[in-house]
Structures are given as structure tokens and as C-alpha cells.
Design a protein around this ligand. Structure first.
Ligand code: NAP
Length: 283
């Protein structure tokens, strides 16, 4: 009998996860099927109980359930607890265990796609929302020289820094302040939704002070090349879009479910084809 995996979120109809995971199951020869379930907020508890009752082997969790699912699970991995969000659930002998692979997925994509180490690097994170939390936490263990945050609402960046208390120098800035300081950073990561379809002409901040050779990563993958990446490339930066993060968070979830780390290059091709574009890692 096929094992069943899935995704719960709202909306999920455009999700690329079913195609990506079903192909990966086929590649490793595991009899399994992955399905996206549209679950409204008020049905989350019933959905989680249903997953358990039906013996679903594992599932992903997306907006708006990443935080609210925590009290509904049997156990939460330490990292997911510290991030305060779950994107992957494993059914371990009838107990649902929550994990977070988003932040680690981003960091693996950054280091492996661009072949870099983060030791001693000066990093700026733009944004302080859900995605920034996981990324900030995962970057923390990589011995960067500093991980600064800037956000439209500066207090949220301050809160994240104070709450995390990671053993790395971190300062909170407004977007205007960060714009002036861009030349100080080796890596700049956009975690805001600014520039995402349909607002493709928008940028979270101006890149006037960007220095040549800086790495600029944008976790948005629709469009594949945001205005921020276009502008950064024009200034001589090394750029990366959000496909890598999406693929690696999925690959890490897949590994938790099957014990096998899938072919991320193949996953990337599938995602990019679905998005209707070419792979974009410019070096
Ligand atoms: P979120 O929790 O809602 O956070 C949104 C962030 O964007 C906040 O920092 C917010 O600032 C900022 N923001 C929104 N509108 C803005 C504007 N007009 N000007 C300046 N800042 C603005 O969202 P999220 O879950 O972190 O997701 C953020 C983005 O990451 C989305 O585009 C999402 O698609 C993408 N994402 C990609 C992946 C991947 O696998 N590649 C994974 C997760 C998310 P305030 O705090 O001031 O509101």
C-alpha cells in the first residue's frame, strides 16, 4: 500500500510541492503519494486529528498554520520550538512530531549553490517576519561576524534580536538606515514580500550604496528575478533567487520522512519549469 504524505495550508492550489515530492518518491522507488490539502484556519484542529487517524506518514505546513499548529502536535523539535514555527510534520508511530526546515533550507541553498562559507561574513537581513525568524536562527550557528536586521517596523527587528539572543553581533535598523550602510555587508538577504508578484516593480530598499561583489539573495521565487535582483546584478552583485530555499526546505523534509536526501538539482528543474523560467543563479 502507498504511504500518504501531504501539505496543509490555505491557499495551496498553486503549490509546487506535490509535483516536486511525487517525482522524488518515484526517483527513489518508494511507493508514496503527496497531496495538497486546502485547510481553513477554523478546520486546522480537525485536519490534524484526521491526519493522525488516517495514518498520514508526514506532511508540510504552510501559511497560515505554521505557528498555530504547534499546540496541536505531540512533540516539537527544539529548533522549531525556538523558531516558533513548524513547516514539516513526521508521523512517528502515531505521534505527530513538528520540525522546521525553512531556515536550514535557506542556509543550505545559500552555501551550496554559491559555494561559500559564512564564517566571518557581515550579513544583513531585510525583514523580520516569519521567514526571517527561521533564517536568522539558522544563520546564527554559522559563525558570521554579524547578522544585522532591518525592517519597515524596526521594533519587530529589535524584538527578534532580543528574543533570540544569539551569540552573534546583531543590530536593528530602519530601511533608511540600512540603505546608507549597505556597503558594509558581504551578504544581503531579502526576506520581505516586497517585489513579489504582482508588485514586481517594487524593491524593499535602494541599492545605491551596494558594493560590487556583494551577494544579494532574495527568498522570493515569483518572479524568478525580482527587481531587487535585477538591480543588484546591474551593480555587479552575485545574485540568488528563492527557488533554492524552496527546494532545500522540501528536500530536508523529504529526508525526515524517508531517510534519503533527494536530488535537489532535479527538484530545482521541476520547480523552475513549473514557474515557467530558466534556473537563475548568477555568479
Ligand atoms: P510575513 O511574516 O508576512 O513577513 C513579511 C515581511 O515583509 C515583514 O518584515 C514586513 O515588514 C515586510 N513587508 C511587507 N510589506 C512591506 C512593504 N510594503 N514595505 C516594506 N516591508 C514590507 O511573511 P513571510 O512568511 O516572512 O514571507 C515573506 C516572503 O518570503 C514572501 O514573499 C514569501 O513568499 C517568501 N518566502 C519564500 C520561501 C521560499 O521557500 N523561498 C519560504 C517562505 C517565504 P513589517 O514587519 O513592517 O510588516
Amino acid at each position: 500500500m502507498k504511504k500518504l504524505f501531504g501539505l496543509i495550508g490555505c491557499p495551496v492550489h498553486h503549490s509546487m510541492s506535490p509535483l516536486m515530492h511525487n517525482d522524488a518518491f518515484k526517483q527513489i522507488g518508494v511507493a508514496a503519494y503527496y497531496h495538497a490539502f486546502h485547510v481553513e484556519k477554523e478546520h486546522l484542529q480537525d485536519a490534524v486529528q484526521g491526519m493522525k487517524a488516517l495514518g498520514i506518514a508526514g506532511f508540510n505546513v504552510t501559511i497560515p498554520h505554521k505557528t498555530t499548529i504547534i499546540p496541536l502536535l505531540d512533540d516539537i523539535d527544539e529548533t522549531a520550538l525556538q523558531i516558533g514555527a513548524v513547516n514539516t510534520v513526521v508521523n512517528e508511530n502515531g505521534r505527530l512530531i513538528g520540525y522546521n526546515t525553512d531556515g536550514e533550507g535557506f542556509v543550505r541553498a545559500l552555501c551550496e549553490e554559491l559555494n561559500i562559507e559564512l564564517t566571518g561574513k557581515h550579513i544583513l537581513l531585510i525583514g523580520a517576519g516569519g521567514a526571517a525568524r527561521g533564517i536568522y536562527f539558522s544563520l546564527a550557528s554559522r559563525k558570521a561576524a554579524c547578522i544585522d536586521l532591518c525592517n519597515r517596523t524596526v521594533d519587530k527587528a529589535k524584538e527578534l534580536i532580543n528574543e533570540r539572543k544569539i551569540p552573534v553581533l546583531s543590530r536593528a535598523y530602519s530601511l533608511d538606515e540600512a540603505q546608507q550602510l549597505l556597503g558594509n555587508y558581504d551578504i544581503i538577504i531579502n526576506t520581505t514580500s516586497v517585489g513579489m508578484y504582482p508588485n514586481v516593480e517594487e524593491m524593499p530598499l535602494s541599492l545605491t550604496n551596494l558594493k560590487k561583489g556583494t551577494i544579494v539573495s532574495d527568498i522570493i521565487y515569483n518572479p524568478l528575478e525580482t527587481m531587487l535582483l535585477k538591480e543588484a546584478k546591474r551593480c555587479g552583485a552575485i545574485t540568488q533567487n528563492g527557488v533554492g530555499m524552496f527546494v532545500y526546505q522540501g528536500a530536508l523534509a523529504f529526508e525526515k520522512w524517508t531517510g534519503i536526501f533527494p536530488d535537489t538539482n532535479r527538484m530545482k528543474q521541476i520547480v523552475i519549469e513549473q514557474l515557467g523560467g530558466k534556473r537563475h543563479v548568477n555568479r
